[in-house]
Write a protein that binds this ligand. Structure first.
Ligand SMILES: [Ca+2]
Ligand SMILES: [Ca+2]
Length: 360
């Protein structure tokens, strides 16, 4: 296991709220033939016929949050061996099956990242060692979410007696799942995993399964890295509202009376906005600053423009191109509430945003 301190530093630097746990073997549940082999590594199968083992992380994760995982996988030393491994999301911790189902066959509802090393013609397996995103325990490639692609460039054999670094990234904002192997992007697919597979239930377990059949190999996995980025995305409804071009008041982006600088408590909301903009590269953003009715109208107009600019500058600093951002100050002309109490005045000192898709 790599130390998590550098990641903590990175997350503090970018003002995200990150959850990192140092992983221990006791955080995992092994089933079937799987067992902990020390140093955050697990053997899933021995090179013996009819083995089946899965290692599960005991805590459920929330697919509404982004995450990144890195695993070191060992597929054995026999090019003619079987059957490979599957990375799984499933609402329960449970045992898998042996053979060509690779511990995933029959698991429903479930999402699988299949890393298959044995060609089963009746499942429409390609002849090379392949990668595919599959669902609900269905192994036939006509039912896959993504087309099968070679695990390694040039369709090279992955049962090569070496460790391979598999990186899995999930971005719930644009529902993108990306899989890289040994630093090369092998597959990227957009799929509403929460809605289409888990019927809105975003809390699932993750695990890695393997199996052998009449043919076999040693299958091993080491947990290298697991990062959750909490609270960096809007919930789906908010994101949909903003994307539809509706005007939206940024929550928690408040200003002290007469002041124009951002407060630290606003960063979380603005980070979510930056994440959404990165996931929606065709959208431009229109930022409007507002004030309460304290002070002169002309001073308020200036203050409101500076508030909108503070949000604009923060987004630029987060990597959003300035060409995608327009900011304006509307002063006290557009109160959302009557300026008759301190609470209402605070609510009127606000920044609204609108996302638009520019005409071609
Ligand atoms: Ca092979
Ligand atoms: Ca197969």
């Amino acid at each position: 296991m790599k130390p998590f301190a550098p990641f903590l530093f990175f997350f503090l630097l970018c003002f995200c709220v990150a959850a990192q746990k140092a992983l221990r073997p006791s955080d995992f549940l092994t089933t079937g033939t799987a067992y902990s082999s020390g140093n955050d590594c697990f053997q899933l199968t021995a090179p013996v016929i009819w083995q089946g083992g899965t290692v599960w992380y005991r805590e459920p994760i929330d697919l509404q949050e982004s995450f990144e995982m890195e695993l070191k996988l060992f597929f054995g030393c026999d090019d003619e061996g079987a059957d490979g491994m599957v990375f799984i999301f499933h609402p329960r911790l449970r045992d898998g099956f042996q053979g060509e189902g690779i511990g995933f066959g029959g698991l429903n509802p479930a999402l699988g990242i299949e890393m298959d090393t044995y060609m089963n013609p009746h499942l429409a397996d390609p002849e090379y060692d392949h990668l595919a995103v599959i669902k609900n325990g269905r192994m036939h490639h006509s039912l896959s979410i993504s087309k099968a692609v070679p695990l390694l460039p040039g369709s090279k054999n992955i049962e090569d007696c070496k460790n391979h670094r598999v990186n899995i990234k999930w971005n719930p904002v644009n529902t993108n799942l990306r899989i890289s192997i040994d630093g090369s992007l092998r597959l990227s697919t957009n799929y509403d995993i929460i809605g289409k597979i888990f019927r809105g239930n975003s809390r699932v377990y993750w695990g890695i399964s393997s199996a052998t059949g009449g043919k076999y190999n040693t299958h091993k996995v080491c947990m290298e890295k697991l990062e959750f980025a909490k609270s960096t995305v809007y919930d789906k409804n908010t994101a949909a509202r903003i994307r539809s071009g509706e005007e939206y008041t940024l929550k928690g982006v408040d200003f002290l009376s007469g002041k124009t600088s951002l407060q630290q408590s606003s960063y979380d909301e603005l980070d979510k906005l930056a994440t959404l903009l990165k996931a929606s590269p065709d959208h431009h953003i229109y930022i409007k600053g507002h004030t309460d009715d304290v002070g002169s109208a002309s001073a308020n107009q200036m203050i409101s423009k500076k508030r909108a600019d503070a949000v604009r500058d923060y987004l630029i600093q987060k990597g959003i191109s300035k060409n995608r951002i327009k900011s304006a100050g509307l002063g006290e002309s557009n109160p959302k509430f009557k300026n008759n109490s301190p609470e209402n005045r605070l609510k009127n000192r606000r920044v609204d945003v609108m996302l638009i898709i520019p005409k071609a």
